[in-house]
Design a protein around this ligand. Sequence first.
Ligand SMILES: Cc1cc2nc3c(=O)[nH]c(=O)nc-3n(C[C@H](O)[C@H](O)[C@H](O)COP(=O)(O)OP(=O)(O)OC[C@H]3O[C@@H](n4cnc5c(N)ncnc54)[C@H](O)[C@@H]3O)c2cc1C
Length: 406
Amino acid sequence: MVVNQTELQEEIMQIPKWWSYPEGFEKLIEKAHELGKKELLPRASISDKECRYPRESLQAIADAGFGAVTIPVDDGGLGAGLTGFALLAESFSQYCASTTMCWVMHTAAVQTLYTAGTREQRQRYIPGVLKGKIGALAFSEPATGSHFWNVVSSAPRKGNGYLLNAEKSFVTSAGEADWYIVCTNYPNSIEDDPLMFLIVDHNQKGIEYFPFSAMGLRGNSSGPMKFKDVFVPIENRLGTEGGMNVYNENVIDPLFLLGTSACWVGIAQGALNAAIDQAKKKVHKDTGKSVAGYQVIRHELAKAQILIDSARSMLYRTAEGMDQCLNSGKELSECLYPLWELKTHAADIVIQVTNQALQVSGGRGYLTGQVEKFLRDGRAGAVMGPTNEILREWIGRTLIGVPWFE
Ligand SMILES: Cc1cc2nc3c(=O)[nH]c(=O)nc-3n(C[C@H](O)[C@H](O)[C@H](O)COP(=O)(O)OP(=O)(O)OC[C@H]3O[C@@H](n4cnc5c(N)ncnc54)[C@H](O)[C@@H]3O)c2cc1C
C-alpha cells in the first residue's frame, strides 16, 4: 500500500497554539527560541561541565533587548509585563537552565530596584542593566536557611552610611554580578519589621565569594558570600531603614516564584522534547520498530506532556492574573496563593517529567548529556526557597482558614 505523505500529514492532530501560550506574544516567543538555539544552547554543556558562569549568554540576552523586561518602556525597559517575563524564562530554560536562572534572579533584582528605588537610583543602575550589567539577590543566610525573610545579619549606621556584616548561603551570580541587593536588618528600625535592603557594588572592600559546586545549574555560581565590615553609603539604601518585608511580598517573591516556575516548566518541556526526538530516531533492528513505536512509551510521553501542560496552564493563568492585578493598581501580594500552588506543582512535575524522559531515553538517557542534565538542573526547584515543604504548609494553612505566616 502506498502511503500518501500529504494525507498522513493532514491526519496529524495540530495542537492549538493558544493551548501552550497566551495569544499576542508570538514574535517574542519566536525571538526567544532563536536566541536560545543560537546563543544559549551551544554554551550550555560547557558551562555545566566546567561550572562556568554563562556571561556571554547573559550578554546576548541583554543585547537582544531583554536586560530589563519588566520595566516600563518609558523608563528604558521592554515593558513585556510578567507574562512576557514568564514566556521568556520558559523558552530560555529549554536551552540553558543556568543562564535562565541567573537571568530570572537578575530580573527580580532589577524590578526590586525599580520599585523600591528612587529616581536617582534607577538612573544610576538601569542604563547599565540595559547594556548587560547583572544584578543579584543576596537574601538566604546559613543561620535561618529556607526562612530567607528572617535574616540575622545587620547593618547599623556608621557616619553617612551603614556597616554591613552578613553571611549569605546561596547567591545566584555570586562573584559575577555587578551589584547585589543584600537583605539585612537595621537594628534601630522604627518600622514594623527590621528588614533593610542595601545595594552593594561588586568591587566594594570586604566582600568574599565562595565557589558553587552542585548537582545541577552548575553554571549559576550560586555560592555563599560574606560581607565583612562593608561600608554601604546611604544613597545605596533601597527604601526605608527597616520595613522592607512588604517588598518581599509584593516584588521579590512574586517575580521569583513566577520566573523559577517558568524555568521548571521549560526544563520539563526541553527534556520531553529530547526524549521524543530520541524515541523516534532509535529503531530496533529485530522488531523494526522505533522506541516511539511501542504503545507503553507513547503513554509515558502523553502522561509527561499532560503534567507539563497542567503546570504551564497554571503558569500563564497566574502571569496574566498578575499583569491584570498591576494594571488595575492592585498589589502583587494578592497573587501569592496562586504562585505558591504554581511553584510547588512546577517544581514537583519537573522531577517526575525529567525522570520519565530519562526512562524513555533508556541507557542513552542515563549517559552524560542533554536528558540527564535536564534532570539534574530541574531537581533544584523543590529545594529552592520558598521550598515545597514551606509552600505546602502555607497552602494548607490557608485552606483551613488560619494565618499562613507564623
Ligand atoms: C541553585 C540555588 C540557587 C539559589 N539562589 C539563591 C539566591 O540567588 N539568593 C538567595 O537569597 N537564596 C538563593 N538560594 C537559597 C534558597 O532560596 C533556599 O534558601 C535554600 O535552597 C534553602 O536551603 P537550606 O539548605 O538553607 O535549607 P534548610 O532551611 O536547611 O531546609 C532543609 C529542609 O527543611 C525544610 N524546611 C525548612 N524550614 C521548614 C519549615 N518551616 N517547615 C517545613 N519544612 C521546612 C526544607 O524545605 C528542606 O527540605 C538558592 C538555592 C539554590 C539551591
